[in-house]
Design a protein around this ligand. Structure first.
Ligand SMILES: [Zn+2]
Length: 354
């Protein structure tokens, strides 16, 4: 029986309780990329409606957008936007009655200063409130040599662990636009995480704190024509088995993350839940849902977007062009798409908040 947690942002020991509940129940939480209050609130509303716990996540670009594209210093906007979003979630999440994990997305070598900037704010916050600002940050050094990836992740995990934070690392590399999907080297070993690499990372990081692993098993960012890449959840199973055997641990010792979940075959998503996946990132599909809602609304109310008053009937269109009206339509479609994600990941009705 999983112990109940207080609704709101979960960090530290409570985050580990939530991860353990997901793995024991063979379900996962969607980690939804957000860019502003509309998307944050849509995620919270969707989680509440589905009685599901959820992960709210910011990419560096999403964080920058949150602070404002006109913010005078782009590097600082990435830090402060993430901090502002975290404060927004800390203040509001508890009222939605579910557990919310606060996370950030890919940070390659160039973006390590972004993570360190957020950590400085996180340490300040921890001093004041006794808990971190974020539950976990992701570091993605999968483009670097393995030893460098592990050493730098270890350095940052030490700093995060001191304020009860977790780290997510990447081993192998997720395909996507920037990684040349569409070329023929689909069987490129880099697209599939090597279990030996996972064991190496486990040896170093398990002594320093809590970590999760974004493992590559043919997953790509974005949605592409079917047949481009073959998802192989057995890759996840092989890593779990190797670490389990080498370390004498129980079933599924690793906490795994599924990147590039948008557009993936539902059966493969379901299979991955058997192999310790507790988090699935979703961005492309929720972006499209939001845009689809707004697009449909604009099409159906076209005149209102070009005339404040109808040129023929003189009817005022204030209600239609009020951003609250059409942004709300976007939020609603995003919520509907997230309900589908909760169902795919078997997390509907599974909140451990009580
Ligand atoms: Zn990713």
């Amino acid at each position: 029986m999983t112990s109940k947690l207080k609704a709101g942002v979960v960090t530290g020991k409570d985050y580990l309780t939530l991860v353990a509940a997901c793995k024991a129940g063979h379900y996962a939480l969607p980690a939804v990329n957000v860019t502003g209050t509309n998307t944050v609130n849509a995620v919270l509303e969707a989680a509440a409606q589905n009685r599901a716990d959820v992960i709210i996540q910011l990419s560096n670009g999403g964080a920058e957008f949150y602070a404002g594209k006109g913010f005078p210093d782009s590097a600082n906007a990435k830090i402060l936007g993430a901090v502002a979003a975290a404060h927004h979630v800390h203040l509001l999440a508890q009222y939605y009655g579910v557990c919310v994990v606060l996370h950030t997305d890919h940070a390659n070598k160039k973006l390590i200063p972004w993570v360190e900037g957020m950590l400085t704010h996180g340490e300040e916050y921890h001093k004041q409130y006794g808990r971190p600002l974020f539950s976990s940050h992701m570091i993605d050094l999968s483009e670097e040599p393995l030893d460098e990836n592990i050493a730098e992740s270890a350095r940052l995990l030490k700093r995060m662990n001191a304020i009860n934070m977790s780290i997510e690392i990447e081993l192998g590399c997720t395909g996507g636009e920037e990684d040349g999907v569409g070329s023929d080297d689909i069987d490129n070993a880099r697209l599939y995480t090597q279990p030996e690499d996972v064991l190496k990372a486990y040896d170093v990081l398990s002594k320093l704190g809590h970590f999760s692993i974004a493992a590559s098993f043919g997953n790509v960012h974005g949605v592409y024509a079917p047949g481009n890449v073959k998802l192989r959840p057995d890759i996840l199973k092989n890593s779990q088995e190797l670490v389990k055997k080498a370390k004498g641990l129980g079933e599924n010792p690793l906490d795994l993350v599924f990147h590039g979940g948008s557009g993936s075959e539902k059966a493969k998503i379901e299979e991955s839940l058997q192999y310790g996946v507790f988090k699935m990132n979703i961005d492309t599909d929720t972006q499209f849902a939001f845009a689809h809602g707004v697009g449909k609304y604009v099409k159906e109310n076209e005149t209102a977007f070009f005339h404040q008053i109808d040129p023929q009937t003189e009817k005022p269109y204030k209600k239609q062009y009020d951003p609250r009206t059409w942004l709300r339509v976007g939020e609603k479609e995003m919520i509907a798409r997230l309900s589908e994600a909760f169902a795919d990941l078997k997390s509907s009705g599974k909140t451990i908040a009580g």
